[in-house]
Design a protein around this ligand. Sequence first.
Ligand code: COA
Length: 160
Amino acid sequence: MTRVAIYAGTFDPLTNGHLDIIVRSAEIFDRVILAVAKSTPKSVTFSVAERLQIARASVKGLKNVEVDSFGGLLIDYVRARKMRILVRGLRAYSDFEYEFQMALTNRKLAPEIETIFMMPKEIHSYVSSSIVREVAALGGNIRDFVPPQALALILKKFKK
Ligand code: COA
């Protein structure tokens, strides 16, 4: 039996914290699908095409990781792909409430789908996509926050 996990998110843009979770998942599961959400309640800086490009560049070299995008409900996407495991990252206690709500809502809507939580390395625990966007937009150095292969793609967006 092939064990496949889906790691979904907005990834606006993908950061080293996300990559840490992807690498951990790729070591445990036979295959990992990095699923970029097309529709999100958040207002995004990067288009879906840009977020996909950044994600693909970031996971290049990880042979068992596939990058895809999805629209609509995450559980519908998981079901359509005939999968049942979702991976989420928990960085700090402050993530818990939001993750708890999402995992239980998804379980109510699709009881067969299980959410598994992983913790990224503590050096990534304070990094978020919005912090990366803010620092980059104001001309700060984001090199330590994003995968090296994604750096130029991210900075391109903020060039005047
Ligand atoms: N490292 C670094 N940052 C991380 C992280 C990690 N390991 N894990 C989460 N984050 C950050 C992200 O950078 C992001 O930061 P920001 O708010 O500053 O931009 C924030 O935590 C949350 O981002 P992410 O993990 O990408 O999740 P999300 O909340 O953007 O994604 C979806 C949520 C897309 C999975 C969810 O909205 C969804 O399933 N949408 C589809 C519609 C649906 O099914 N809705 C019902 C849900 S119950």
